[in-house]
Design a protein around this ligand. Structure first.
Ligand SMILES: NC(=O)c1ccc[n+]([C@@H]2O[C@H](COP(=O)([O-])OP(=O)(O)OC[C@H]3O[C@@H](n4cnc5c(N)ncnc54)[C@H](OP(=O)(O)O)[C@@H]3O)[C@@H](O)[C@H]2O)c1
Length: 235
């Protein structure tokens, strides 16, 4: 059985991906800070799973995540760097601590998980999936710093591809609007309300749509590497 670590598995895209991959025969390691949410999701999983309380900004917690995974399953085949957040606000109203937190989680957290898992991924000729965004390819007003973090994710994915080529597969999954808890991080404002109306009053994407794309990428034979997937709602 293949072993997959999924960060940010306590809600949204990460939770749907954990459930789908477990159903498809993967040993799944669910990592996030909210254990109560992970325990609820685990009710949908078979016995081939592990829950780990992790803040991806804390290096020692990521080290422990990797150690616990190796202790239980002996290997890491796939790392899904999904933990992330975005604060919606124009630059003029942005809080410095929010800007720093977005970089800490979306970029530094992703780098820490990648750094600590890489030796094991190399052993298995494994796969890294980075959950980027359409914001990795465009820059939108009111989410400029978030877009900057996702552009950084894009650069990291491209660089891993160039430096590791046939040793580790890497893929950027770049969703448009997905109906998750994503907007709940931001303070209420007209901008947030407009985005929520767009996200939830239209037929935008669901977490399962992204989970299925991830499964598709992971299902390709060894000689096929899908490096980029952009998924938008069909509206
Ligand atoms: N929703 C969208 O429209 C959309 C579009 C494009 C890309 N994305 C990306 O998709 C990814 C998943 O987001 P989502 O939409 O599924 O939102 P979500 O439901 O809010 O999920 C975010 C996940 O990240 C985790 N997380 C946040 N900070 C963390 C930290 N310091 N350490 C560990 N885990 C942390 C949260 O878990 P805990 O709070 O329990 O730690 C949660 O499980 C993000 O990278 C986001 O940027 C989302």
């Amino acid at each position: 059985m293949k072993t997959v670590i999924i960060t940010g598995a306590s809600s949204g895209i990460g939770a749907e991906t954990a459930v789908l991959l477990n159903r498809k025969g993967y040993q799944v390691v669910l990592a996030a800070r909210r254990m109560n949410k992970l325990e609820k999701i685990a009710e949908q999983l078979n016995e081939h799973h592990l829950l780990v309380k992790v803040d991806v900004c804390k290096v020692h917690e990521v080290e422990s995540l990797v150690k616990q995974t190796i202790d239980k399953f002996g290997k890491i085949d796939v790392l899904i760097n999904n933990a992330g957040l975005g604060y919606i606000a124009p630059l003029a109203e942005g809080k410095l601590e929010d800007w720093h937190q977005m970089f800490n989680v979306n970029v530094n957290g992703l780098l820490t998980c990648t750094h600590k898992s890489l030796p094991y991924l190399l052993k298995e000729k494994g796969t890294i999936i980075n959950i980027a965004s359409v914001a990795a390819h465009e820059v939108f007003p009111n989410t400029v710093v978030y877009c900057a973090t996702k552009h950084a994710v894009n650069a990291i994915t491209l660089g891993i591809r160039k430096e590791f080529r046939d040793k580790v597969k890497v893929c950027n999954i770049s969703p448009g609007a997905v109906q998750t808890e994503f907007l709940e991080q931001s303070e209420e404002s007209n901008n947030v309300k407009q985005m929520r109306d767009f996200f939830f009053n239209n037929e935008t994407l669901k977490g399962i749509d992204i989970a299925e794309a991830i499964y598709e990428v992971l299902s390709k034979p060894a000689h096929v590497a899908i490096n980029e997937v952009i998924i938008r709602p069909n509206i």
